[in-house]
Design a protein around this ligand. Structure first.
Ligand code: F0G
Length: 461
């Protein structure tokens, strides 16, 4: 009899169509990397073998989503497809009013303009690049209230997305609750390495914010992945369905911004949701300035159809088990090779600790940017920097120096196989073997906003 202590997951789908990949030589990659200024964002995807730049908009849609695509109603106003999407958001997330947007940051822009006044404080469980920029552009100041454990790559606390209520309390004492329009809560905190917030912590935060009349705005980009971790790790939720956990999370918040390009399994789309009529009314008005009418908000009818189906598929227990299971498989494989990674392994990707990988480089020599470039050169695997380049500059021009200096191996949903994961881990192991010889980078071009997207670098001599 076979002795098994755990049964494997496998993908709850099979392939119907494939996309062929181009294989490149090391000389071709060296040329492409130089031309891209050692920034993986500036590579042509044609020069990439396995693309782990992001899990955003890179999902494989299901046959149900593609069929729904064909039924898209492209009416300018009052499209049937909008009402389907609205119904799905209400059914699976429970928010009262929704406004479609072309992607997450568009919802962030509109919401920030409505809720934030100059001089306001916006606490959040770690920053996200676009979210914080919109808060700042609206005149607010972001304050990080995530627990300290989240800034320590090797700390294995199971809910590194949790809020430190003590940090929030000091902000309320210092500035007064009236200066805090909302607390921004991301589910499965991207910049911490795809780490969840617990239901217990969210409930405590709800209690505290109610007492002080402060809203909770939910960055629900990866809410179903967070729900999966709650199901796996939090007492009392072992038997709960992801679908119900997702709804409970949303019920503890007052509104949301969503990039449907992640959890909701589409290639483009997002929305702004709120339970407050006044906020909705203003957003419905503002969206026509930036996006389009409030029943399409920058999306085609077919996109809204695909989102409606994707939301439903995203809260399926088997889907999440395989999705997060694949990420975990890659992380465990890297650990076997001794690669320093953020622990626990996250929901949407494996985050390699570049400070520990390249300890001879200072943060000003961009260790994570360097490592992402070296991995691409080795194998054509494209990853992304999440460190000092992504963190950017403060409104006063000084660099932010985040504690976490990471390379993100982001796994698109339903796209790659376990064999791809093996090849990726082996490439990282190869680079790890020669890590001592790796030299850092210097920045030779820096754009004003969100510099990581377009900055250029050269190798240090
Ligand atoms: N919030 C979080 C937590 C995100 O991860 C993203 C996007 C956004 C908001 C903005 O959404 O891209 O639709 O405008 N993250 C992508 C990434 C870009 O690669 O992590 P968007």
């Amino acid at each position: 009899m076979a002795k098994l202590d755990k049964r494997s997951w496998a993908e709850p789908y099979k392939m119907k169509m494939v996309e062929l990949l181009k294989m490149t030589t090391k000389a071709q990659r060296a040329k492409a990397l130089k031309e891209a200024g050692f920034n993986t964002f500036l590579l042509h995807s044609d020069d990439v073998y396995i693309d782990l730049l992001t899990d955003s908009g890179t999902n494989a849609m299901s046959d149900d989503q593609w069929s729904a695509f064909m039924t898209g109603d492209e009416a300018y106003a009052g499209s049937k497809s909008f009402y389907k999407m609205e119904k799905a958001v209400k059914e699976y997330y429970g928010y009262k009013y929704i406004i479609p947007t072309h992607q997450g940051r568009a919802a962030e822009n509109i919401l920030s303009q409505i809720l934030i006044k100059k001089g306001d404080i916006v606490p959040g469980n770690m920053y996200f690049t676009t979210t914080r920029l919109h808060q700042e552009l609206a005149g607010g100041k972001f304050e990080d209230i995530i627990i300290d454990e989240a800034h320590d790559a090797s700390n294995e606390f199971p809910f590194k997305g949790n809020v430190d209520l003590g940090k929030l309390e000091s902000l309320v004492k210092k500035h007064g609750a009236a200066k805090i329009p909302y607390v921004c809560i991301a589910t499965n905190v991207n910049m911490a390495g795809g780490q969840p917030i617990s239901m217990e912590n969210l409930k405590a935060l709800r209690k505290y914010t109610h007492k002080h009349g402060i809203r909770i705005i939910h960055d629900m980009t990866r809410v179903a992945e967070n729900a999966y971790f709650i199901q796996q790790r939090e007492k009392g939720y072992e038997k709960a369905k992801i679908k119900d956990i997702v709804k409970e999370i949303c019920s503890l918040t007052d509104g949301a911004t969503m990039s449907a390009k992640k959890d909701a399994l589409v290639n483009i789309g997002g929305f702004l949701a709120t339970n407050e009529w006044d906020v909705f009314e203003e957003a419905r008005n503002l969206v026509v300035v930036y996006e389009g009418l409030h029943t399409y908000g920058g999306l085609a009818g077919r996109d809204m159809e695909a989102i409606a189906v994707g939301i439903k598929e995203s809260v399926n227990d088997f889907h999440q088990r395989a999705r997060v299971g694949q990420v975990e498989y890659l992380g465990m494989k890297m650990e076997q090779y001794g690669i320093p990674i953020v622990k626990p392994i996250g929901g949407h990707g494996v985050f390699v600790d570049a400070k520990a990988f390249l300890p001879h480089l200072t943060q000003d020599q961009f260790p994570a940017q360097t490592l992402a470039a070296e991995i691409y050169l080795d194998s054509g695997v494209r990853t992304m920097e999440r460190g000092v380049v992504s963190a950017g500059r403060k409104p006063n021009g000084e660099n932010y120096y985040p504690k976490l200096e990471l390379v993100r191996f982001t796994i698109p949903r339903r796209v790659y196989t376990q064999a791809h994961m093996d090849v990726i881990a082996e490439s990282v192991a190869m680079v790890y073997d020669k890590r001592k010889k790796i030299k850092g980078l210097k920045m030779v071009y820096e754009p004003k906003y969100l510099r990581f997207f377009q900055a250029k670098f050269e190798r240090l001599k």
